[in-house]
Design a protein around this ligand. Sequence first.
Ligand SMILES: Cc1cc2nc3c(=O)[nH]c(=O)nc-3n(C[C@H](O)[C@H](O)[C@H](O)COP(=O)(O)O)c2cc1C
Ligand SMILES: C=C(O[C@@H]1CC(C(=O)O)=C[C@@H](OP(=O)(O)O)[C@H]1O)C(=O)O
Length: 363
Amino acid sequence: MAANFGKNYKISIFGESHGNALGVNIDGIPAGTELNLEFLSQEMRRRAPGRSKLTTPRVEKDEFEILSGFFDGKTTGTPLAMIIRNSNQRSKDYSELKRKPRHADWSGFNRYNGFNDIRGSGHFSGRITASLVFAGAIAKQILKSQGILIAAHIKSVKDIEDRDFVESDITEKNINKLRNMTLPVLNEEIVEKIEKVVEKTREEKNSLGGIVELMVTGLPAGIGDPYFESMESELSRMIFSVPATKGIEFGAGFGITEMTGYEANDEMYFDENGEIKSFTNNNGGIIGGITTGMPISFKVAIKPTASIEKAQKTVNLETKKNDILEVHGRHDPIIVPRAVPVLEAATAIVILDRVLEAKKYQL
Ligand SMILES: Cc1cc2nc3c(=O)[nH]c(=O)nc-3n(C[C@H](O)[C@H](O)[C@H](O)COP(=O)(O)O)c2cc1C
Ligand SMILES: C=C(O[C@@H]1CC(C(=O)O)=C[C@@H](OP(=O)(O)O)[C@H]1O)C(=O)O
């Protein structure tokens, strides 16, 4: 089923943006895992809507309720189900959109024979990513206990660029700092520039996109598989499940095509502790679908928000005539900052699933 992901850390998501609730059922959490509920809440707040002037004004607390699989502060090992109740639906904003489709309304209408819930785009809404953040936050806690850390920052908005991650950026202290920033960037001088360009674009009834960079450290060499379950394949499958994702590149990405083989090869050496490293990481920590022991590094392209107030051409499915669409309602003028915690969580789910898979073939 399309709503399911994972072979070992298995998630099944459900819900609609304007329905009663959304949530996730997680199977495969090791029994006896202590959950830090405050950390889970913090992660939910990082993604929640209505938390800054750069996000949609729809305010939702995104308080989660754990229904099963958790007892006396520890997981029981049986499925852990979580729901979040929706509290701030304004479905009249969508009354026109049944006739005049926006983002996934037209493709979803055809896929579900017209029975898709169009209120807030139903299951297609970015709101459903709250479930990913919850499952990812549990995965992050488990991975951290194994020395595996995941970090993300905004790499660019329009033509405003942050510097790239280096391995030494990935410390618990730096991750905590980024987690507490509305605009998580490494070069804080660009924060104001981003705020200004987003504000200006919003005033022009338009929206912006950008790039998020992620890095995973602490993974040993040898996790993953060749071909269909390669680490890149699994990560890409999950990352493309995050609404608004339009591209992913590992390591030097498309830029590697401009290098010669001599430049592109990541030359290896023994470091002062006798560990094998490479001087460069153009392959993004994955070769042959399997981790090399270098950090996994990748960038994700997030498109500009589809729902904009600026008038655009569309079709009217009722009159069967060409028409004009102006989307009123509550929308993110840019999805990128809210995508940061979602992409981290999505990455954590995949990495944990692959780490558990590796336990099957490594004694
Ligand atoms: C956290 C988050 C928030 C989003 N907010 C909006 C929004 O306010 N308005 C909108 O049109 N799209 C928003 N999106 C993107 C749409 O959900 C997405 O574009 C749509 O489902 C179609 O999917 P696609 O763009 O991946 O093809 C958001 C996505 C995420 C991850
Ligand atoms: C509610 C959230 O964001 C929503 C994501 C979204 C979309 O089309 O993806 C459209 C808007 O929905 P609504 O019209 O219901 O306010 C956003 O507010 C959320 O992320 O929790």
